[in-house]
Design a protein around this ligand. Structure first.
Ligand code: C2E
Ligand code: CA
Ligand code: CA
Length: 582
């Protein structure tokens, strides 16, 4: 619509002014504008607001000074409403501060009462209307930008941020409602495999279809959002019983029963779901999200394709874990880690040739804790590299000390330190090991790093390079827990390994399964032909020792000789008397 048309449109004008004479003057001037007008009048600010709400007002002429509330407050109140109109403020006096403030609160123009005549008013109305149109366009644009920021680009569902916002608002509303909220975390099972093997474009198509299927399967009142990746979430704002939340979860699981077809390939998908209910386990939106997440992980660890409702037991476990996390974070600073040492013995000569360093957490309340208790958590929390570096430094320093104190040559006694898979992934590994060796003063040839097959099997090329660099520094590598997992003979010559450690499970199974004994014997022979040193781990009995000796294991490690023990005890039992064990 062009401006000429606009000027001929009948407009409804509201004058808010307590001065009868001023109102009359404005009305007279308006009559001269020859615009088709309907004029409504108000004496006070409150009356003005009422008139505004009752009528469809196009233009508001408002005095700055009013007997009850000032013109600014009226404008602010009107701006809250959806149907804002063109606003012109009129004032008795010239005042720059007032005129600037008028524009700031939302007036489109400012006029002095002395300037009010047909021409000025006409122009002011015209310009103010134009400004108002521009303002509206801008508001529309901002609105669509806002909706773009609220939706997930791939699925068109609500995104995480606005989900959290809505959850927060719904939470406030529950104070006035008899029902409560339920949050369902949905995580697709093994989706990463599809993405990794078939690429992101297939993955994305699949996610779109999944989102649509979820949306079509659940009630329209429920809020479905994508949190990112293959994670979705549902909010029910009207839950009366647990069963209602469980029904929603069941509905999601059921809707995944039939396969998804993409590029003529059928994909079978399932999901793991965690449910949390406000008031039952969680009392804030943040807790709701956290509890649903924990329950979802429970579903995953119990075999996927199922739901779990956050329970008291999970609550206790989660609290326990949280406490452990906090304690673990400060354990290193508070010097609570210890290194225990377990001898590796040449049973032919009865001498200690090596020692494995094994970390312990000397917990202030719980006492000495084994790595099984905290290492996984340390990996999860990304603390393992720091802990690993500390163990390495402590063990190397200790060994160097023993070399000096007992006049041992670097080849006479070596130390084995375990490396976690995460440490192997770290590009700074070589740098960190080299600097630790320098700090400790230990000869690199006295250090053996223990790695497991599972930690190297998934990214051999990258890791092989890193391992080679270590061996070029004269550091030795041993393959730990051999016999569990892959036990691929192929790896033995792919990686620059010096030592093979036969897993204690194999030793424990001795005599129980003769077929395993045969496999073990073959493995030892094979390792020996490759020139590898063989260490038998977990040797507890004389019989097991005999078996290892018969099959020419180089070194024996196990409770038969000693459990892992603190440095001082190790020194007293294995180093002080002589190098030979009594
Ligand atoms: P691992 O490297 O296989 O270490 C051998 C484990 O077997 C040790 O358990 C040791 O105490 C135990 N062991 C030794 N001899 C016998 C025996 O005769 N019978 C039985 N039943 N067990 C025996 P520990 O010290 O509890 O360590 C468990 C695992 O934690 C280690 O297994 C290793 O994978 C990991 N670990 C220990 N210290 C560190 C460390 O500093 N860094 C990293 N990344 N992992 C570590
Ligand atoms: Ca080990
Ligand atoms: Ca082992």
């Amino acid at each position: 619509m062009n401006n000429t048309d606009k000027s001929m449109m009948p407009i409804t004008l509201l004058i808010v002014d307590d001065d009868d004479i001023d109102r009359e003057a404005i009305k007279r001037a308006l009559r001269f504008t020859q615009r088709p007008l309907e004029i409504i009048e108000a004496n006070t600010g409150r009356q003005g607001i009422n008139q505004f709400q009752e009528n469809k007002i196009d233009v508001l002429l408002i005095d700055y000074r009013l007997p009850d509330i000032d013109g600014f407050s009226v404008i602010r109140a009107l701006k809250q409403s959806e149907n804002v109109c063109t606003i012109i403020m009129v004032s008795q006096h010239e005042d720059e501060v007032v005129s600037a403030q008028a524009i700031t609160v939302g007036a489109h123009d400012f006029l002095l009462k002395s300037e009010v005549n047909a021409e000025r008013l006409n122009r002011a109305i015209h310009q103010a209307q134009h400004r108002h149109i521009l303002e509206n366009e801008l508001r529309q644009k901002t609105k669509s930008l806002k909706s773009l920021a609220q939706t997930d680009y791939l699925t068109g569902l609500i995104n995480r941020r606005s989900f959290e916002q809505i959850l927060q608002e719904s939470y406030v509303e529950t104070h006035y409602s008899a029902s409560t909220l339920a949050v369902l975390f949905i995580d697709l099972d093994h989706f990463k495999k599809i993405n990794d093997s078939l690429g992101h474009s297939v993955g994305d198509k699949l996610l779109k279809k999944v989102a649509k299927r979820f949306k079509d399967s659940i009630s329209k009142e429920l809020l479905l959002a994508r949190l990112g990746g293959d994670e979705f979430v549902i909010l029910s704002q009207n839950i009366q019983t647990e069963t209602e939340a469980i029904d929603i979860a069941q509905c999601i699981i059921n809707c995944l029963q039939s396969p998804f077809i993409i590029n003529s390939i059928a994909f079978d998908l399932s999901a793991s779901i965690g449910i949390s209910i406000l008031g039952l386990c969680a009392s804030t939106p943040e807790e709701l999200m956290k509890c649903a997440d924990i329950a979802m992980y429970k579903s995953k660890s119990h075999g996927r394709n199922q739901y779990r409702l956050y329970s008291d037991q999970m609550h206790a476990e989660a609290q326990n874990k949280q406490q452990l996390e906090n304690e673990l974070k400060s354990a290193l600073k508070q010097n609570q880690f210890k290194v225990y040492y377990q001898p590796q013995i040449n049973s032919g000569t009865n001498t200690v040739e090596g020692v494995e360093a094994l970390v312990r957490w000397d917990h202030p309340q719980r006492g000495i804790l084994s790595p099984a208790f905290f290492l996984e958590l340390a990996e999860e929390m990304n603390l393992i590299n720091e802990i690993g570096e500390w163990v390495l430094l402590t063990a190397c320093t200790q060994l160097n000390q023993w070399h000096q104190d007992y006049e041992l040559s670097p080849n006479e006694l070596s130390v084995s330190v375990n490396l976690s898979a995460l440490q192997l992934q770290d590009i700074r590994l070589l740098e960190s090991v080299s600097s630790t060796l320098r700090k400790s003063g230990l000869d690199p040839c006295s250090l053996e790093l223990e790695i497991t097959e599972s930690s190297i099997i998934h990214s051999p090329e990258r890791i092989v390079g890193r391992l080679l660099e270590l061996t070029q520094k004269n550091i030795k590598l041993s393959l730990d827990d051999f016999g569990t997992g892959y036990s691929s003979i192929q790896h033995l010559h792919l990686f620059p390994i010096h030592t093979l450690k036969i897993d204690k499970g194999f030793i424990a199974a001795h005599k129980q399964k003769s077929s395993q004994d045969q496999v073990l014997i073959a493995m030892i022979q094979f390792a020996r032909t490759l020139g590898l040193k063989v260490i038998a781990e977990g040797v507890e009995t004389k019989e097991q020792l005999q078996f290892c000796n018969d099959n020419k294991c180089d070194l024996i490690q196990g409770y038969y000789y000693s459990k892992p023990i603190p440095a001082l005890e190790f020194e007293a039992r294995f180093l002080k008397k002589s190098k030979a064990i009594a």
